[in-house]
Design a protein around this ligand. Structure first.
Ligand code: NGO
Length: 530
């Protein structure tokens, strides 16, 4: 229902229309795009596949409605999420309405009708004119990612939670966008230091703002077991009772964990739970001595060494333990993957390691899930159902690929965001590299590894190990702004990426990160605009 309204600035060319409809309404005043709105349109991260401005303005007003196509599955929930994100700062109510008919002006309209195949499952197209902002996607996930873009098209203060003064102008134009890789992840190590449900929720909010869709939780390691397992209760009670440095640790009850999974899935994020086996297992060995090769419980461990612990292979109890843990985790996991770790089993004999991983693969399969492991699992009998996560060895990654396994790229020299930015960084490690913001951005997943064809690469995941990280502020400092660039590496085709262009867009995100309360690292390489 496009209305035409009179104004004194009505163009001559529209006067005929004006004469015809003069009694019905008025010709709308055309407002050119402001420099601020134009800059926001150009600065979206991850960079869209294409973005074409048309020079006018669409303004959110008190009467702006969010309308969803009543036939679009999940669109209403995405619309409510959008209203929840932009309502508080604008002070507008944004009533969400469903329709199967015409869409009025002054509306944001979300539909899953009319998209083409190129957009895929996660892509979207936003068309903005002066009257309407219309999104077409093939699924609710695509609509959700369009919302992340819409947030970035609005003035930064939209991220605040108390009412701000307008105007709430958006540049008109068209954005067509879809991801290069389906796996755009981050890993959070909640074992070395424990982070509670609120921190994990905030982390999910932060990664989804940049269209990431996987959160891998490293739930067990030598220093702590972080998930309640009802059939082996001491794992969490005793094994979760400390952390690096000897603090009190903690764990998620199954109810809390289910809450994280629900919160994530409402934001189109898959939670991948990892239980690190057969090494990195001291917290379990301290909780149940029968799992330890000498049959006695170990002491809890609060240091930062790696590679000193192993499950015993000579007794069936180890496999009963793994089966119980995987069964309980599978029941908490609506998505296809369970991660069995598999890294740095330095005190497990090679033949035992291979036998372990082959049994783990069977156990994971028996619970209806697909096994992921760090690339060290390439030594075992992998098939095309398995996924290997590359972190340091091209050789192991290509061996896994040659067995048909899919590959996730987490190269330690590029995306281990526990690595320090440079030698002056106080937090973090540097065994793999110093990783400045440009190092994390300026690489190509398709060509990074030899012997791993593009069609086996699921995508990219950036791990945050937390030996030195104790607070949410620490997390944010190491993650931002490297994660935004890694999100772009995973989302945007290589042909659309370039550091010189990216660093300017990143600089334009300073204010948004500030208003989101993100404690980010102010890299000297970025022209920050505050
Ligand atoms: C390694 C090790 C982890 C450490 C991390 C620190 C892998 C897969 N295993 O990565 O236990 O925490 O480095 O950067």
């Amino acid at each position: 229902m496009k209305k035409v309204r009179t104004t004194f600035t009505c163009a001559i060319g529209t006067s005929l229309v004006f004469l015809i409809v003069a009694g019905l309404g008025s010709c709308k005043q055309s407002k050119p795009t402001s420099p601020e709105a134009a800059l926001l349109f150009e600065s979206v991260i991850p960079r869209p596949v294409s973005a074409t401005p048309t020079g006018k303005t669409f303004s959110l007003k008190n009467e702006t409605k969010i309308i969803v196509d009543a036939t679009a599955v999940g669109a209403k929930e995405v619309a409510q999420y959008l209203a929840g994100r932009i309502g508080p700062a604008t002070g507008f109510l944004f009533s969400v309405e469903e329709t199967t008919g015409e869409v009025p002006d002054d509306a944001i309209y979300l539909t899953t009708t009319g998209g083409n195949a190129e957009l895929g499952e996660e892509g979207y197209e936003i068309t903005i004119d002066e009257d309407q902002l219309k999104v077409i996607a093939n699924s609710a996930a695509g609509l959700f990612y369009s919302v992340q873009t819409i947030r970035q098209l609005l003035p930064e203060k939209v991220e605040l939670t108390d009412v701000q003064e307008g105007p709430w102008d958006i540049a008109t134009g068209t954005i067509r966008d879809y991801p290069e890789f389906g796996w755009r992840g981050s890993m959070l190590d909640v074992s070395r230091h424990f982070f509670g449900v609120d921190d994990v929720r905030r982390y999910i909010d932060l990664i989804t703002a940049y269209k990431m869709n996987v959160l891998h939780l490293h739930l067990s390691d030598d220093q702590g077991w972080r998930i309640e397992i009802k059939s082996w209760p001491n794992l969490a009670i005793h094994g979760g009772s400390t952390q690096v440095g000897g603090g009190k640790g903690g764990y998620y009850t199954q109810e809390q964990y289910a809450d994280i999974v629900r919160y994530a899935s409402e934001r189109f994020v898959t939670i991948v739970p990892e239980i690190d086996l057969p090494g990195h297992i001291n917290a379990a060995l301290a909780s149940y001595g029968e799992l330890n090769p000498d049959g006695k419980p170990t002491e809890l461990y609060t240091g930062t060494d790696v590679g000193f612990s192993t499950l015993r292979i000579d007794r069936e109890v180890s496999f009963e333990f793994v089966d119980d843990v995987m069964r309980e985790l599978a029941a908490l996991t609506p998505t296809p993957y369970l991660h069995i770790g598999g890294d740095e089993a330095h005190v497990t004999k090679k033949e035992d390691y291979i036998a372990f991983v082959n049994r783990f693969a069977e156990i994971v399969k028996s619970h209806g899930k697909r096994m992921i492991g760090w690339e060290d699992i390439a030594q075992a009998d992998l098939d095309s159902n398995a996924v290997a996560q590359h972190w340091h060895s091209n050789e192991l990654a290509s061996e896994a690929a040659s067995k048909g396994a899919k590959i996730i790229l987490s190269p330690a020299t590029r995306v281990y965001i526990d690595m320090q930015y440079d030698s002056t960084t106080k937090l973090g490690l540097h065994w793999a590299a110093y990783i400045e913001v440009d190092d994390a951005y300026d690489w190509n997943p398709e060509t990074h590894l030899e012997g791993v064809p593009r069609d086996l690469i699921l995508g990219v995941e950036t791990p945050l190990w937390t030996e030195t990280i104790t607070t949410m502020d620490d997390i944010e400092y190491m993650v931002f702004p490297r994660l935004t660039g890694i999100a772009e590496v995973a989302w945007t085709p290589a042909s659309q990426r370039g550091w010189d262009n990216y660093k300017v867009r990143l600089g334009n995100h300073a204010k948004r990160m500030q208003l989101l309360g993100i404690n980010y690292y102010e890299s000297p390489l970025v022209p920050w605009v505050k």
